[in-house]
Structures are given as C-alpha cells and as structure tokens.
Design a protein. Structure first.
Length: 558
C-alpha cells in the first residue's frame, strides 16, 4: 500500500468498523460511543494495531471536543438559564456536592493521590445530556415531570463542567509556581481578572457585533455553518492562549451565539458534524488505553461504578423527596444520573494535557464510564418494572404529603359522576377528552405533566394531575362509577403498569387503548384491552373517506 494513502485507508477501515460494531450495539440498545471505544481498543495498539494515523485522529478528536462544547454553549440560552427552576438547581447542585465530597473520600481510600482523586471525583458528577435526552425522547418521556426536571439539572451539570475546566486550567499556574498560598492567590486573582475581561468582551460582542455578523452569514446556510465552526475554533484557540482551556473557549463561543435567532439552525446543522467528529475522540481514547495498567484499576472501577449507579440516584431522590415530590418522580429522575458521560472522559483527558494526572486516571474513568453507561441505559429503558420491584422500599424518599405534586391535584367538580377517564393528555388524548365532553359524555382527564394539566384547566376541562401507574393515586379516583378507562400513554411499559394498577384497585369497567404501532396493538389485545384504537389508521381512513366524498360531490355537480 503506498504510504501516501495509508491514513486514508485507515480512516476508511475505522469508519466501516465503527458502523458495523455500532449496529450491533444499537441492537443491544446501547449508546454507540461504547462501540467506538471498543473499535479503538480492537484496532489500536492494544490488539490488532491496524491504525497508525494517531496525529490525524488526535486532531479530529480535538475538533470534535471543541464542537461538542460549542453546541452545549449554543443550547444555553439566557432565557433557559433564568427558568431552570429551584428543583433543578437544588437537585443539580446537591448531587454535584454529594458526589464530589463522598467520591473524593472514597477515591482517597482506594489509595489514589489527592489531585487524581479530585479529578476523578469531579468526573463522576457529570451525566451524559446526549444519552439521557435520547433515551427519554425514545420513551416519549421528555415532556413528563421527571423528564423536565432531569433536563433542568443536566443543564446545571453542563455549566458545572465548564466551570470545573476553567478552575483546573487555572490550577496549572498554581501547581507550576512555587510560593504556596501566595502563588495560589495570585493565580486566582489572575483567573478572576481574565474572567472579567472575557465577560466584558462577550457582552460587547453579543450586544453590538455578533447579531449583525450572524445575520449577514445567515444569508447562506452553508456560510452560517462554516462561520459557526470557525467561531467555535477561534475562541477555543483564544481561550487556550488566554490561559483557560480550548473547551472553555468553545463553550463561551457557543454561549455568545445562543441568544441569536439563528441558534436552532446552527444547532441542527452541527449535530451530525459533532457526532461524526466525536467518533474519533472515542476511537482515540480506546486506542490509548494501556491494558497493562488497567488490571489494577478494575477493582476501583467496580467500586466507583456502584457508587455512581446507586449513590447518585439516591441523593437525587432524597433532595426531590424533601422538596415535595413523590417517590416515583424522584426515582425516575434519579436514574438519569446513574452514569458518567463523555464530559467526564474529556475532563480527565484535559487533566493529562495539563500535567495534573496520569493515564491511569483516564483508564479508571473510562472503565467507570463503560460500566455505568451500559448498566444505566438498561435501568432507564426498564425504569417502570424496576420501580415496581423497588417501590415498597422507596417510601422513605417521599414526604407524607408531597406538596409540590399535590398542589396541582385538584378534584374536578364532576369527577364523582365521570363515565370515562382518559389517561395521557397529549394531542390525541386532549382532543379525545374535548370531543367526549362536547358529545355530552361525563369524562375527566389524567396526566403526569403539570404544564399539560394547567393548559387544559385554562380551557375549563376537568383534568387531574397524577400518576396513572401508581395504585395509590388510582384509589383517589371515582373508578367505581367509571365505565371506560381510555389510555393514550405512548409506551407499552406505561400501559402495562397502568393495567396492573387498575387490577390492584379492582377496576370493573372496560379499557380502551390507543396503539402507536402494530406491536403496541398486539400487546394491548393480549393484555385484555377491550377496544384498541389506531389513531393513525383511523385518521387515514377518515381523510380518505372525506376526500372520496368531496370527489364524488364534485363529479355530481359537474
């Protein structure tokens, strides 16, 4: 093979292997980043040694991390920062503090140095926004109460990781300079000065320069994409020159554009580029793992994985329970932090670049990431069966009166005479409820999304906030008078839990269920649902009938 074309052939091999292995991992319902690390291990020096273009891969990996942080900053609109909410802020900060303090002590007890323990403890606090949002979106839980709260404290974590990177970058000056406390104070003052200068510069750019520049670039979608990447890389390089880090500079670049009207257009076009470039970061990470040193890290990695898988959800449940949420809400939100993220690995890799930690810390963090991402993915996918098994032991994480959820649980005045209860008030469910009421049917609705409940109440519809999968909540409904329960819940797992809860409270009426697809319909029929509704098929049949009638009427008129 000609040497000139060797890197090209290696890149082709990497991409093909990543696609094939990624397909297997997707079939196993695992995030593809785990597959990319596996490809790096297999094709790197650890096993087959087929890839030698390390410099080229490393450059693409650095650009991928830069684009990742740029996209995080781009999503952090000032409007969203103001509306994170007290529960997301309290839960996010509480989980961060708990994991850092307990994790630091635990890692010290495992025999690590204090700086390595600090890096790894901070790395254990970050959960993957990309993975969590994808899983919640697939389960159609992104707009649920626990989904909204989880996204809120993931934003808090995204802010924390950037702050941590900036602080650790500043510590480089403290560790490289003799003088103890005086040197540390000097470094901190220098950091504060640089932050103030960066804030002033960003304010000026965001207020008077960037809106006009971005508006001019937006005349061409291709040019807008090129400008976004150029701006991210430029501020990343400037951030590194100013003594921060490339990651912090890239984040600030994205944040400076987050309030422009073109934010969504840039974000949509950058998503695929980000995922493609991050592929090389994880491949490079897998290729750099030194298995001769990883053997000693297996024991600590298992201990820290158990800490993340169990400790992080427990602290989230404790905080949310104290703030007045039910145990199920706290449990489902807590599962989203039972893992570490790609940020954790990026953060420790930055520590190696700064000379703070060795490759052992990166190997330990990567092992913890592989274990927690793999296990927590299944925990989130099968959250409802897991909750059903653990519910009897979760009562201590719930107040006797969960006031935040009870605040929106008002009994509709006509609930005692209800003939139909509709569970799930999305577009289909809310429309069904509205049409039943207009037809004179005494129907009430139930949903676990407080925003949906408030919106429908403003339209004078009788709606209750509550969890249809909780037998305790169903006991508060007048089911003894109800003839039909209609479920429009999106997943079979949620419907299965609702049917189980209805049996628990001895519901004697009939159940109708809206099916998303043929498999969903099959499961509903097999579970004994009396009437299976097919919204898409019914809508298509109605549209075809309506069009056919219009055509017939037109032909008759002519």
């Amino acid at each position: 093979m000609p040497a000139l074309h060797a890197p090209f052939a290696e890149f082709a091999l990497l991409l093909l292997a990543s696609a094939l292995v990624g397909a297997v991992f997707v079939r196993l319902r695992q995030p593809v980043l785990v597959a990319y690390i596996a490809v790096g291990i297999a094709l790197g020096p650890a096993l087959f040694g087929l890839v030698q273009a390390h410099d080229q891969i490393d450059l693409l990996a650095q650009i991928g991390v830069t684009v990742l942080l740029f996209v995080v900053g781009l999503k952090l609109d000032l409007h969203h920062v103001r509306h994170i909410g007290p529960v997301a802020l309290a839960t996010g900060l509480g989980q961060l503090a708990f994991t850092i303090v307990i994790g630091f002590a635990l890692i010290l007890a495992l025999g690590k140095g204090w700086l390595e323990a600090l890096y790894v403890a901070v790395a254990l606090t970050f959960s993957s926004t990309i993975i969590i949002v994808k899983l919640l979106s697939d389960k159609r839980e992104l707009d649920s109460l626990h989904g909204r709260i989880a996204v809120g404290f993931l934003i808090v974590q995204d802010l924390a990781v950037v702050i941590a990177m900036m602080v650790m970058s500043a510590m480089r000056g403290a560790t490289d300079t003799a003088g103890g406390d005086a040197a540390l104070l000097q470094v901190l003052l220098s950091l504060a000065g640089r932050l103030a200068a960066a804030a002033v510069l960003l304010f000026v750019l965001m207020r008077w320069v960037l809106p006009a520049v971005v508006s001019a670039m937006a005349r061409s979608q291709e040019l807008l994409l090129v400008f976004a990447i150029a701006w991210g890389l430029a501020l990343a390089a400037l951030g590194e020159w100013a003594g921060f880090s490339k990651e912090a500079g890239a984040f600030l670049a994205g944040f400076s554009l987050a309030s422009t009207p073109y934010r969504e257009a840039m974000n949509a076009r950058l998503g695929g580029i980000r995922d493609f470039l991050l592929l090389f970061f994880f491949i490079d990470l897998g290729a750099q793992l030194d298995f001769s040193t990883l053997g000693a890290e297996v024991g600590p990695a298992l201990v820290l994985s158990l800490f993340v898988l169990i400790g992080n959800p427990l602290i989230v449940m404790a905080i949310m329970g104290y703030m007045g949420y039910r145990k199920r809400t706290g449990f489902l939100a807590g599962l989203t932090v039972a893992q570490i993220s790609e940020f954790s690995i990026v953060f420790v890799a930055m520590g190696i670049t700064l000379g703070h930690v060795g490759v052992q810390a990166l190997g330990l963090t990567t092992l913890v990431g592989l274990v927690t991402i793999t296990v927590s993915t299944y925990m989130i996918l099968y959250s409802q069966p897991l909750y059903e098994r653990l519910a009897p032991w979760l009562g201590r994480f719930e107040r006797k009166r969960p006031f935040r959820e009870l605040a929106v649980e008002r009994q509709p005045r006509d609930a005692q005479t209800a003939q139909v209860v509709v569970f799930g008030l999305g577009r289909y469910g809310s429309r069904l409820l509205q049409q039943l009421r207009q037809a004179g049917v005494q129907a009430i609705g139930v949903d676990f999304d407080p925003e949906a409940v408030r919106a429908l109440r403003r339209h004078k519809l009788p709606v209750r906030f509550g969890d249809g999968e909780d037998p305790g909540f169903l006991e508060s409904l007048p089911l003894q008078h109800v003839r039909w329960v209609v479920t429009t819940l999106p997943s079979w797992e949620s419907n299965r839990a609702l049917l189980h809860a209805l049996r628990e409270v001895a519901f004697r009426g009939r159940v109708a269920g809206a099916a998303r697809d043929a498999a969903h319909a099959h499961e509903l029929k097999r579970a004994g649902v009396a009437l299976v509704l097919n919204p898409f098929e019914d809508a298509a049949d109605h549209a075809a009938h309506h069009l056919a009638r219009l055509l017939t009427d037109k032909e008759a008129d002519s």
